[in-house]
Design a protein around this ligand. Structure first.
Ligand SMILES: NC(=O)c1ccc[n+]([C@@H]2O[C@H](COP(=O)([O-])OP(=O)(O)OC[C@H]3O[C@@H](n4cnc5c(N)ncnc54)[C@H](O)[C@@H]3O)[C@@H](O)[C@H]2O)c1
Length: 266
């Protein structure tokens, strides 16, 4: 994939999808930088990856914190080749109960956090003559998340932002793409739904008949971060096992009840 020796920064890489992305990069010999809120968690994840991986405490919503992290990456590794904007928060609330603070908190991490990292690590890429950015969106960008007022809005906005980066910096060797995960089985979702048949029912609603694994997302990210996608920029890749293509499965049919409908009825 040509990622060996590349400096790959993953935000929110201490767990879940971000950790799987870091592991994917490390498995092909990349030098991985894990950014996450708590120093201990970031460093524990880096230790798990082995090799030259390092963990840095960073709040992506805080411009100064991101700038400091970028300086450390520059002094430690000489620059940055790949940025994966992954750190995000989801704090569900009905619209009517949501406050401006809730809204701004979501925007601060899920959108301004992406902006802060694009600015700080993009600068390093421009100095070096290029790089690849992959932003993690969500299917919530296309089909709104239940009680996800700020979440759905920010995930849709990421696509517009990524395209802007793609056209402004395309001539300077930087590509910018979005991966939109679908229903992904992270330790957190597995824990939250333990003892129920929710995961099984979710799996049945996809065309692939299974939930996504964090590695499924990591593989798509690695492709978009690598030279194998050298002519792909400003694109959106949906990695949802075909979930969004299942809408017609809801059309009532006299001959059968689809898995999708069954999942909803239960
Ligand atoms: N899990 C899913 O089913 C799913 C589906 C669609 C999209 N996504 C997206 O995938 C990405 C990862 O999701 P996940 O399920 O692995 O989430 P997660 O909550 O398990 O992990 C997120 C990580 O980001 C870190 N983080 C949060 N705020 C931060 C900040 N301000 N600065 C630095 N780090 C911060 C957290 O500490 C955590 O380690 C997110 O962008 C999420 O919106 C997830």
């Amino acid at each position: 994939m040509g990622l060996s020796g590349k400096v790959c920064v993953v935000t929110g890489g201490a767990r879940g999808i971000g950790l799987a992305i870091g592991e994917g990069f490390a498995s092909v010999g990349a030098r991985v930088v894990i950014l996450d809120l708590a120093e201990e968690a970031a460093q524990a994840a880096a230790a798990r990856l082995g090799g030259e991986a390092i963990g840095i405490a960073c709040d992506t919503a805080d411009e100064a914190s991101v700038k400091t992290a970028a300086e450390r990456v520059k002094s430690g590794f000489g620059g940055c080749d790949v940025l994966v904007n992954n750190a995000a928060i989801f704090r569900p609330k009905p619209l009517i109960e949501s406050t401006l603070k809730d809204w701004n908190d979501g925007l601060a991490v899920n959108l301004s956090g992406y902006y802060n990292c694009v600015q700080a690590f993009g600068r390093l890429m421009l100095e070096k003559g290029g790089g690849a950015m992959v932003h993690i969106g969500s299917i919530a960008a296309f089909a709104s998340q239940f009680h996800g007022v700020d979440y759905s809005a920010t995930k849709a906005a990421i696509t517009g932002f990524s395209r802007q980066v793609a056209i402004e910096w395309g001539g300077r060797g930087i590509r910018s793409n979005v991966v939109h995960p679908g229903l992904t089985k992270t330790p957190l979702t597995a824990e939250r739904n333990a003892g129920t048949d929710i995961m099984e029912r979710r799996a049945r609603m996809t065309a692939a008949k299974r939930m996504g694994e964090p590695e499924d997302i990591a593989h798509a990210v690695m492709f978009l971060a690598s030279e194998r996608s050298s002519y792909v920029t400003g694109a959106d890749m949906i990695v949802d096992g075909g979930l969004q293509r299942m809408l017609t499965e809801l059309i009532p049919n006299a001959n059968r009840i689809s898995d999708f409908e069954e999942g909803i009825r239960k």
